[in-house]
Design a protein around this ligand. Structure first.
Ligand code: KG4
Ligand code: ZN
Length: 325
């Protein structure tokens, strides 16, 4: 079995995965949404302190598995430096105490493998990752063959939902709150401009849209918020659809997947389903509970890395907050 730890942002999670079957034997996550909600976003130092409390509590419950562990895996990049270090320090301690190898996992690869929790892998795959930290399209052939073909030049899709929610004083995380509010609004009420429409480059940008929404919020009243949320969600999604459509002209998809916390967004899912129809491409999605950060996805990658004997030495494994794919 492999014990895996996730602490890259505001979720403390530990999983135990059986190597031979990929079966998830244990998974527990303690989220900090409530604690960060009053600030309208994640406060790194507070998150680190909460991980230091939560992770040992969860680990206590894993003790019955200790004598069966063959490796310990941990998210080591990318993420918040002060929170990554909490998980990595714990993983190193477990590695030394139990004399088992250490596996450093890239969080973005973890999101890709959230598709395969308790399942076989399925490649090649075109993947859209939409989370709080990333908006990117990747071509994935295997664990070691992942190439990023488009990414955000500034804010991410999920982050823009968080910021719009903060402008409206709704709390954190903004994604589910804006999605819910948008359901009672009119998508065409505000004519926000779709980002990067005039440039042929295939990339994403959310800072301009965010500022347009800020003006609408400042000039409107609370009664306008549902329409603003709906129009924002529509344009934020239309931007992704527009760029994917362009990308598909030269790279038609066979199998397509959406991963990351914001892949839970139903409007985005429905629009991508429509986009894939003419291509006859299949759409893969993670189970809703594994869209947002979790340790089960880190464990699933770790099984693959364990089989390929991709281990990290105790001294060499360091956190890498900004590492990309
Ligand atoms: O993957 P994740 O849990 O953490 C990161 O790796 O960043 O993603 C969290 C992000 C947050 O920005 C959150 O607002 C967004 O995903 N999110 C959503 C939805 N649910 C979560 N964004 C849009 N619509 C949603 N339903
Ligand atoms: Zn994530």
């Amino acid at each position: 079995m492999i014990l895996s730890i996730e602490s890259s942002c505001d979720d403390s999670a530990i999983a135990i995965t059986e190597i031979a079957t990929c079966k998830l034997l244990f998974h527990k996550k303690i989220s900090q949404e409530l604690e960060h909600s009053v600030y309208g976003g994640v406060v790194p130092e507070l998150a680190a302190r909460l991980h230091a409390e939560a992770l040992p509590k969860i680990l206590e419950e894993c003790k019955p598995y200790f004598d069966k562990l063959k490796a310990v895996a941990v998210t080591s990049s990318p993420g918040l430096a002060v929170t990554l270090i909490e998980g990595v320090t714990m993983a190193k301690a477990i590695s030394v105490a139990l004399g088992i190898p250490l596996i450093g996992v890239n969080h973005l690869v973890g999101h890709i493998y959230s598709l395969f929790i308790e399942k076989e892998t399925h490649f090649p795959l075109t993947v859209l990752l939409v989370s709080g930290g990333h908006t990117q399209v990747m071509e994935v052939k295997s664990l070691n063959e992942i190439s990023t073909v488009a990414k955000s030049m500034d804010d991410s899709f999920g982050e823009s939902f968080d910021k719009v929610a903060k402008m409206m004083g709704l709390g954190y995380p903004g994604g589910p709150l804006i999605e819910k509010l948008a359901m009672s609004g009119e998508r065409k009420k505000y004519n926000f401009t779709i980002p990067l429409m005039r440039t042929p480059i295939i990339a994403f940008s959310y800072s301009g849209l965010k500022n347009a929404v800020r003006l609408a919020v400042e000039n409107g009243t609370q009664e306008d918020y549902a329409d603003i949320a709906a129009s924002f969600e529509h344009v934020a999604t239309a931007h992704i659809i527009h760029k994917l459509k362009k990308y598909f002209l030269t790279n038609p998809p066979q199998s397509f997947a959406i991963v990351g916390g914001a892949s839970a967004n139903l409007y985005l899912r429905s629009q991508i389903e429509e986009l894939l129809k003419p291509h006859g491409a299949s759409l893969l999605l993670s189970e809703l509970k594994y869209c947002s950060d979790n340790a089960a996805m880190i464990g699933r990658v770790a099984v693959e890395m364990y089989e390929k004997e991709i281990f990290s030495s105790l001294n060499a494994l360091d956190i890498s907050p900004k590492s990309q794919l």
